[in-house]
Every structure is written in structure tokens, then in C-alpha cells.
Ligand binder design. Structure first.
Ligand SMILES: Cc1cc2nc3c(=O)[nH]c(=O)nc-3n(C[C@H](O)[C@H](O)[C@H](O)COP(=O)(O)OP(=O)(O)OC[C@H]3O[C@@H](n4cnc5c(N)ncnc54)[C@H](O)[C@@H]3O)c2cc1C
Ligand code: FES
Ligand code: FES
Length: 488
């Protein structure tokens, strides 16, 4: 897959490596896009630079009342669970909640979503509506680029091959601003957007002689309907200067559809997509008009993240592991050693630096309980806990396990005593062929560590990344409910 895998523990080390290996190197953050691209032969980097051990890259901070900063390692789940993001960047939090599944949201970063720059990527649409900027750094210096200039086409950005994203800056919503995000997918989780829409409005109550607050500024952005995420300026203008009424909403929805330049593809025809832009723009504006846009993700709701008892942050290396002064290096020539603790046992594996964690567990450590289903992050059969957080092991590079603690299905039972989840799966008939079962049990375990007494909605949220092709989900939900009750 790659020849050398570097894990720097400082930003300067990462930038020096990018400079040294210009063109041949690629940064990996969550790996949820890059590992797939490598597996599919769409990218062939010789050098991988894993930035996930560098401390301080996951900040979420309001630097001034209108400046929200997100570091390059901020994950989708961290945004969803951040009260600050939900307050001042609600459209982004709602978009992050719509990304993939809990396991994907635990590793996938906003910066990775931006750099992949697919027109269907969900978080770019709200970031553009929130007037986003990215800060790019290399050994040559630092520059800040508006997202509108950064996005240059399908999977094309202004990032130079020696640069990395070190910050994302968004305009935080003021008390006068309201906004939301809506996505149409072919199912509720693990779905690429057929269309997505973000809206941010500024409403002024003080304009004399008006019926209600007047829209003084509007930003409407559309995803999955052009070569890149676009704004709909005519639709925005249709709203400005009057209160948010049914007539202006209808007009804006029509103009948004007219701004779309969709294509026909497997997920929908161009005609359908254009129509749904109108439907979703109207729906988003109506939600704001009714003051109900936050109902889908209310402050009272704590979305399930599957990050167990942790705070959703993977441990970083404030000092590199013993014996290394610079970045930790794993070569694929057999002289590397991955030291990882699996189910409490330390393993030292060499010659396996160019594979995924799933294959490392099954082929080298001899633990075949973690299953390979799709190998694309879609089915959840490969779910394991990486430092207590549920991830898809088919999308984790094996060297990422160096210095980590992994828990797999083989580590669930305590001697002869099955884990309450294993017992409940047997008693409720939640397993038939059993192929999906280890993944469901690992997701269930992360859930019960995080929410000891989940309701059925939380159980459903927890297993959105796991597919079963035989049992149906009722008995699986019943098993997790029973295990929670047993623990109680
Ligand atoms: C099953 C599945 C479901 C998904 N569902 C969705 C979905 O619903 N919506 C959606 O929008 N996306 C979805 N994705 C795509 C993916 O999860 C996101 O795009 C994610 O945000 C990528 O982040 P990452 O950290 O994993 O990126 P990586 O895979 O680590 O990197 C992606 C790209 O960004 C580059 N990169 C990463 N960080 C930096 C940096 N700081 N500086 C410079 N370059 C950098 C990498 O070199 C690479 O080219 C899904 C993916 C899978 C596998
Ligand atoms: S999600 Fe990893 S094998 Fe399917
Ligand atoms: S029990 Fe067979 S796939 Fe789930």
C-alpha cells in the first residue's frame, strides 16, 4: 500500500516530512477517505504522514465573538458533541451528525472532508455558508484562503503538495443569525448526499415599519449539485430586505433549484436533484421561519458517539515513545516493529506496516473474531475499540496501532464468563450466521460504556454503522437492551 509510514509528534516534524517528500507523501488523519482511495488504486502515495499523534490539533475555540476555530484533527463526533459548535455553528453540527456512522464520525475529520473536496461531502456546505477560511502551512510559511477560493473543482483544492491544513475558521452565528442544514440520502445513515443544503440568515428585529424580523443577509449553499459546493446568490437576494414570508421562501426555493447544475448518476437524476434542491431549500427556510430548526438536534439531546468512557480524543504523544527522537518510522521492508496492546496483551509485530489494522489483527496477531465484510467502512463487521473508541478497523492503517490499546471481540469474555452482551445475543436469538455479531457486540460495548442505560433510540443510533443480513434488527436491539438491564 505504501513504503514508509511516519508518525510525527510535532507539527514541525510533519511539515519537514511533507517538504522532504513533496509529491510522494500524503497526510493521513482519520483515514476514512485515504485508505479507501489507496485500496481502490486511486492514490498511490509512497509515504504516509500520520498526524493523529500530534498534540493540540483538535482545538474547538471561539477566539472572538464571531470567530470559531477548528483544528485539523477535529472529528465529526467532536463537533456534534460540542455545546459551543451546536450553539454558534448549528448548521455544521447538524451536518456532522449526518456523516456516515458513529465509527466513521469518530475518526473522520472536517479537514479530511475539506481536502477530499467531493461535491457530495456534507460538512463543506455548512462551512461555506458560515463564511469559512482555511489556514494552510508549509515550511515556506502560512496563508489563509477563503473556502470559495480553496475549492477548485471535483476533488480539487488549492492545497500545495507541501502544505497541510492547520486551522479552519468559521463565522460564528450571532444572536441575530439562524441557520440549518438538510441532507437527502437514500437511507438514514452511511449515505452519500443526493442533495444537501445549508442556510444562514441574519434577521433584524429593529427595521422600522416591518412585520417581524427582516432578513438583512442570507447565505444559501448547495452540495451534490455541481462540480463543487456552490452558493445560490439569486435565491439569497430573494430573501433580503423583507421578513421571512411564504412568498419569499417559495421564490428563493425556485431560484436555488435554478442555481443547481446537477448530473444524472446512480443516486438520482439531474431533474430529481434539481427538484429536491427546491424542496429542501423550502424546508430549511420553513424550519427557520417556524423556529424549529434545532428540533432535530436539540441541546437536551446527547448524541451517541460510541466513544465509550473516553472524551472522544485519541491519546497523542506529547513525547515520542521511548527510543525515538524524531518521527516514529515504519518501513515495509520487514525491519519495522508495531508494538500494540490487544486485549491487554502486548504484541510486537514486524513486516506488517503496509496493511490495515483489520488484517494485522486477523493475519498477524491471530485474532479472526473481527470480521471482514465490505472492507470499505460500510458494514461495521470489523468494529474494534481503539483506545476505547469504536472504529472501523478496515480503515485504520496498521502502524496507527503502534502504542495503542485495542479491544476486540476475543477480549470481551472474562475467562469462561461471557460478557453480558454476548450472553444476551444468545438468549434473544440475535445471531444467526453470526458474521456481523462481533461488530454489533463491540458497538454495543462502546454504547454501554458511554450510556449505561440507553433508550431504544440511542441503541438504534449506536448500531447505524453495523449491518446484519440475516437476523433483522429487532432481536439485536432487544439483546443490547437486555444486556443494559442485566448490568443495571
Ligand atoms: C462508510 C463511509 C461513510 C461516509 N459517509 C460520509 C458522509 O455521510 N458524508 C461525508 O461528507 N463524508 C462521508 N464519508 C467520507 C469521509 O468519512 C469524510 O470525508 C471524512 O471527513 C474524511 O476525514 P478523514 O480524517 O478520515 O480524512 P483522511 O482519509 O485521513 O484524509 C482525506 C484527505 O485529506 C488529506 N488530509 C487530511 N487531513 C489533512 C490536513 N490536515 N492537511 C492536509 N491534508 C489533509 C489526506 O491526505 C487525504 O487526501 C464516508 C466515508 C466512509 C468510508
Ligand atoms: S466496515 Fe470494515 S469490513 Fe465492513
Ligand atoms: S447474523 Fe448473519 S449477518 Fe447478521
Amino acid at each position: 500500500m505504501w513504503q514508509t509510514y511516519y508518525t510525527p509528534s510535532t507539527l514541525d516534524q510533519a511539515l519537514a516530512l511533507l517538504n522532504e517528500h513533496r509529491g510522494a507523501a500524503r497526510i493521513v488523519a482519520g483515514g476514512t477517505d485515504l485508505i479507501l482511495e489507496i485500496e481502490r488504486g486511486q492514490r498511490k502515495p509512497e509515504i504516509i504522514i500520520d498526524i493523529t499523534r500530534i498534540p493540540g490539533l483538535d482545538r474547538i475555540e471561539l477566539e472572538a465573538p464571531d470567530r470559531l476555530h477548528l483544528g485539523p484533527l477535529v472529528t465529526h463526533n467532536q463537533v456534534v458533541r460540542s455545546a459551543l459548535c451546536r450553539r454558534v455553528a448549528f448548521p455544521l453540527a447538524r451536518a456532522c451528525w449526518e456523516v456516515g456512522s458513529p465509527q466513521i464520525r469518530n475518526r473522520g475529520t472536517l479537514a479530511g472532508n475539506l481536502i477530499t473536496a467531493s461535491p457530495a461531502n456534507d460538512t463543506i456546505t455548512p462551512m461555506l455558508a458560515l463564511d469559512g477560511y482555511v489556514t494552510l502551512r508549509s515550511v515556506r510559511g502560512t496563508r489563509e484562503v477563503a473556502l470559495a477560493d480553496f475549492l477548485q473543482g471535483v476533488r480539487r483544492t488549492a492545497l500545495a503538495d507541501d502544505e497541510m491544513v492547520v486551522d479552519i475558521r468559521l463565522r460564528a452565528l450571532s444572536p441575530q443569525q439562524r441557520g440549518t442544514f438538510l441532507k437527502l440520502g437514500l437511507r438514514q445513515a452511511q449515505a452519500i448526499a443526493v442533495v444537501n443544503v445549508a442556510v444562514v440568515l441574519t434577521l433584524d428585529e429593529t427595521v422600522a415599519g416591518s412585520d417581524g424580523a427582516v432578513v438583512t443577509d442570507a447565505r444559501i449553499t448547495l452540495g451534490s449539485v455541481a462540480l463543487t459546493i456552490i452558493r445560490a446568490p439569486e435565491a439569497e437576494q430573494a430573501l433580503i430586505g423583507a421578513p421571512l414570508g411564504d412568498a419569499s421562501i417559495g421564490r428563493a426555493a425556485e431560484l436555488a433549484a435554478a442555481a443547481a447544475r446537477p448530473i444524472d448518476d446512480i443516486r438520482g437524476s439531474a431533474t430529481y436533484r434539481r427538484h429536491m434542491v427546491s424542496v429542501f431549500t423550502r424546508r430549511a427556510l420553513k424550519e427557520i421561519q417556524a423556529g424549529r430548526e434545532r428540533d432535530a438536534l436539540p441541546n437536551s439531546m446527547v448524541p451517541v458517539a460510541l466513544w465509550g468512557a473516553t472524551d472522544g480524543r485519541f491519546p497523542t504523544w506529547s513525547t515520542p515513545p521511548a527510543g525515538s527522537t524524531g518521527p516514529v518510522v515504519h518501513h515495509t521492508d520487514g525491519h519495522d516493529v508495531i508494538e500494540t496492546t490487544v486485549n491487554g496483551v502486548l504484541h510486537r509485530i514486524s513486516g506488517s506496516a503496509d496493511k490495515t489494522l483489520l488484517r494485522l489483527l486477523r493475519e498477524d496477531i491471530g485474532l479472526p473474531g473481527t470480521k471482514e465484510g465490505c472492507d470499505e467502512g460500510e458494514c461495521g463487521a470489523c468494529t474494534v475499540l481503539l483506545d476505547g473508541i469504536a472504529v472501523m478497523s478496515c480503515l485504520v492503517p496498521a502502524p496507527r496501532a503502534h502504542g495503542s490499546h485495542i479491544q476486540t471481540i476475543e477480549g470481551m469474555a472474562a475467562g469462561e464468563a461471557l460478557h453480558p452482551l454476548q450472553q444476551a445475543f444468545i438468549e434473544t436469538g440475535a445471531a444467526q450466521c453470526g458474521y456481523c455479531t462481533p461488530g454489533f457486540i463491540m458497538s454495543g460495548a462502546a454504547l454501554l460504556d458511554e450510556v449505561p442505560h440507553p433508550d431504544d433510540n440511542q441503541i438504534r443510533q449506536a448500531i447505524t454503522g453495523n449491518l446484519c443480513r440475516c437476523t433483522g434488527y429487532y432481536s439485536i436491539i432487544a439483546a443490547i437492551r437486555q444486556a443494559a438491564e442485566a448490568a443495571q
